[in-house]
Write a protein that binds this ligand. Structure first.
Ligand code: ADP
Length: 398
């Protein structure tokens, strides 16, 4: 089947056309600055030159129309017409408690996603815009919603509840939901396959370390705990997000810095994290460079990041009563060997024997086991592939 995978943001749209019969990406790209000045379409198809065009995209409908036009273009396209696309899989950030798996999109599903939008005001409305735009252009094509939160719906109450009055959960939906679910699902499944015979029941800790980062405890293929919470702000310190902290800091800062709700949200989500601590950048490449040039705050930021990840690894090993494998994935997890080494150092007491030399020379974009053969706990670097999961689940449902 040919599945179009869409990930719509407020002013962007990432797309991939995937052939699920052979697991190949036929074409991919993105639209940027939708509704703003100089909107751009980027398009790449296997064996063809990458194309970048400034096009007039006043909204997501216009952007999707351009994507479909170029996919079916006589010269550079990869399908003869739009009807060759069997279905569309949409990434939806928040599925609340309503959605514990991917679903075929109906009007009722869209209403439910809209209701959950309070929990993800920046993401869900943008995701919905992508769905509506697609429906307007391809009304006969089936659409599927794949949720970032769905994989974590197996967490038990002791993991997902906060220590708040129960009514906050019952009436206001305040609980841990977790994010990056599609990625944690994909890499934990791959790790359990790599573990072989006993992989299905394995206890796996997956570290999705990117711009946003989250750690998940996966036991027997199910998420039993995860570091992100009601929103993607909780957990390890991130590129620009604070991660875990004393909640009293919120009111203290609001008072001292005279911040309103919007102001404090921006402070914690956009100005904090390793960028805020270092004053250098949220990008780990910039941080390593600055640290190598003896920038003390960049060093501290990197140390903090690895320390927080390490603490979650320890916590989740305790929570699951042991661990069989640790997985690193996403931009930082796949590419930054120094971060991986800092997380793994000193974990020998729990049976982790990392091969630090192999880790430092780990080939990019490949699945690699970076633990020694004698290591009780296996350590893997596994490139994530959220789009492939969305395409497969879409194909299965239609
Ligand atoms: P997102 O959360 O936006 O999907 P990614 O998983 O793509 O993010 O991760 C992006 C981050 O990965 C960048 O901000 C950068 O910090 C980090 N990164 C990417 N490539 C490298 C690299 N070669 N070395 C170190 N860090 C990298």
């Amino acid at each position: 089947m040919k599945i179009l995978v869409l990930n719509a943001g407020s002013s962007s749209l990432k797309y991939q056309l995937i052939d699920t019969d052979n697991g190949t990406v036929i074409a991919k790209g993105l639209c940027e600055r939708i509704g703003l000045d100089n909107p751009k379409l980027v398009y790449g198809a296997a064996g063809k030159d990458k194309i970048e065009k400034i096009l007039d995209m006043k909204d997501h409908t216009a952007a999707i129309q351009y994507v479909l036009d170029i996919l079916s273009d006589k010269e550079v396209g990869v399908v003869s017409s739009m009807s060759e696309i069997d279905a569309v899989g949409h990434r939806i950030v928040h599925g609340g408690e309503k959605f514990n798996k991917s679903v075929l999109i109906t009007e009722e599903v869209l209403k439910d996603i809209e209701e959950i939008s309070d929990l993800a005001p920046l993401h869900n409305p943008a995701n919905l815009m992508g769905v509506r735009a697609c429906q307007a252009i391809m009304p006969a094509t089936p659409m599927v919603a794949v949720f970032d939160t769905a994989f974590h719906q197996t967490m038990p109450p002791k993991a997902f509840l906060y220590g708040l009055p129960y009514e906050a959960y019952e009436k206001l939906m305040v609980r841990r939901y977790g994010f990056h679910g599609t990625s944690h699902y994909y890499v934990s499944e791959r790790a359990s396959e790599l573990l072989g015979e006993n992989g299905k029941d394995a206890k796996i800790i997956t570290c999705h370390l990117g711009n946003g980062s989250s750690i998940t405890a996966v036991a027997g293929g199910k998420s039993v705990d995860t570091s992100m919470g009601l929103t993607p702000l909780e957990g390890v310190v991130m590129g620009t997000r604070s991660g875990d902290m004393d909640p009293a800091i919120v009111t203290y800062l609001m008072e001292k810095l005279d911040l309103d709700i919007k102001g404090i949200n921006e402070y914690l989500n956009k100005k904090s994290g390793v960028a805020g601590v270092s004053g250098v950048s949220s990008d780990f490449r910039d941080l390593s460079k600055a640290a190598a040039e003896c920038n003390e705050r960049a060093k501290i930021a990197l140390d903090m990041f690895a320390y927080r990840v390490k603490k979650y690894v320890g916590a989740y090993a305790a929570a699951m009563g042991g661990v069989d494998a640790i997985v690193f994935t996403a931009g930082v997890g796949e590419n930054d060997d120094a971060v991986r080494a800092a997380v793994l150092e000193g974990l020998e007491y729990m049976g982790v024997e990392a091969d630090f030399e192999l880790n430092a020379n780990c080939p990019r974009g490949k699945e690699v086991e970076i633990s020694k053969s004698s290591s009780k706990v296996k350590v893997f670097v596994i490139p994530t592939d959220e789009e492939m999961v969305i395409a497969r689940q879409t194909a299965e449902l239609v």
